[in-house]
Write a new protein. Sequence first.
Length: 116
Amino acid sequence: MSSERKRYDLLIYKNRSFKMNVFFKDASGAATDLAGWSGFSQCRETAKATSELIFAFDVVIADASAGKVSVMVTGNQTGVEQSKGSWDLMMVAPDGYDDTYVLGQVILADVPTVRV
């Protein structure tokens, strides 16, 4: 897997669930086999690991052979007072090597529409 970090900013509506898929590919564009890998992701007030945790995303290897990772958070978790934060996605290889591959800012916005 390429060690190049990608910036990806998120807009998440407060009190709404959020899910996205991330696909990992090698330098030639072929899917990275994520068998045996795991992932972790958090949204914090700043990009520092010591800053306040806003919420942790659930990270699932959705299709290892396709390099597909699902990153999600529930509506209960997004019902927070903060309006912005920083997030990253850390992946851990079977041999224990870990690195951050995706990172960015999070905007936590109020929703204009209410489901009736």
